[in-house]
Design a protein around this ligand. Structure first.
Ligand code: TMP
Length: 213
């Protein structure tokens, strides 16, 4: 039996980590994962050992700007990370009937490299087909926060190379996520509500997903 694949997306500071932890605790304590199956929590970039190295190449801020990955190199590195992630972790896990929750997946590439960097969406989708080989999430949660809130929440954190792009870039990324969340397999959740409200909205979407299996 194939397991469930759940993805969390959102601009930086949207609270994905907290919500992933809350959801996993709830799934386990309510025995919603089938008996004898497990829940695997992972992320992109960096869900595999190889991916960890790709993550540092992508997010390192110590390199001079002219020696940093150009936008096509950046896109290819995210695709390489995803291909390894799908083949090493996601597909084998789902094939065992285990569940996967991933912090980011293809939506991030469309939002950041497509809407943020303005790379060709068709090219991004072609690479997505190559990297995912038909694996797609059962549900994607977009944790939606205004750009100003993202900037405020990250004030005391060190920005990675992508976060350093600034307000306008992030605004375009956010518009990208809004557009992507129109898809019926995406659920947009307002992440400025109380933690309890966010948790209960996510739980109710998961209950619906389990009903429709
Ligand atoms: P994280 O901080 O949520 O782990 O994500 C790392 C950064 O990489 C974040 O700024 C978003 C960015 N990113 C992309 O630009 N494209 C992608 O395809 C992915 C997965 C992440």
């Amino acid at each position: 039996m194939k397991g469930k694949f759940i993805v969390f997306e959102g601009i930086d500071g949207s609270g994905k980590t907290t919500q992933i932890n809350q959801l996993s605790k709830w799934l386990i304590s309510n025995h919603l994962i089938p008996e004898n199956n497990q829940l695997v929590i992972t992320r992109e970039p960096g869900g595999t050992e190889l991916g960890q190295s790709i993550r540092s190449l992508l997010l390192d801020t110590s390199r001079d700007k002219n020696k940093s990955p150009d936008s096509i190199t950046e896109l290819l590195l995210y695709a390489a990370d995803r291909s390894q992630h799908v083949n090493e972790i996601i597909r084998p896990t789902l094939n065992k009937g285990d569940w996967v929750i991933s912090d980011r997946f293809c939506g991030s590439t469309l939002a950041y490299q497509g809407y943020g960097r303005k790379l060709d969406i068709k090219l991004i989708k072609n690479l997505e087909t190559i990297a995912t080989q038909g694996i797609s999430p059962d549900i994607t949660f977009l944790l939606d926060i205004p750009v100003e809130e993202s900037i405020k929440r990250r004030m005391n954190r060190k920005d990675d190379r992508i976060e350093k792009e600034g307000r306008e870039f992030l605004l375009n990324v956010s518009l990208g996520f809004q557009a992507l969340s129109m898809d019926s397999k995406w659920k947009k959740i307002s992440a400025i509500n109380s933690k309890e409200t966010i948790i209960s909205e996510i739980q109710s979407e998961i209950k619906k997903l389990l009903k429709n299996k």
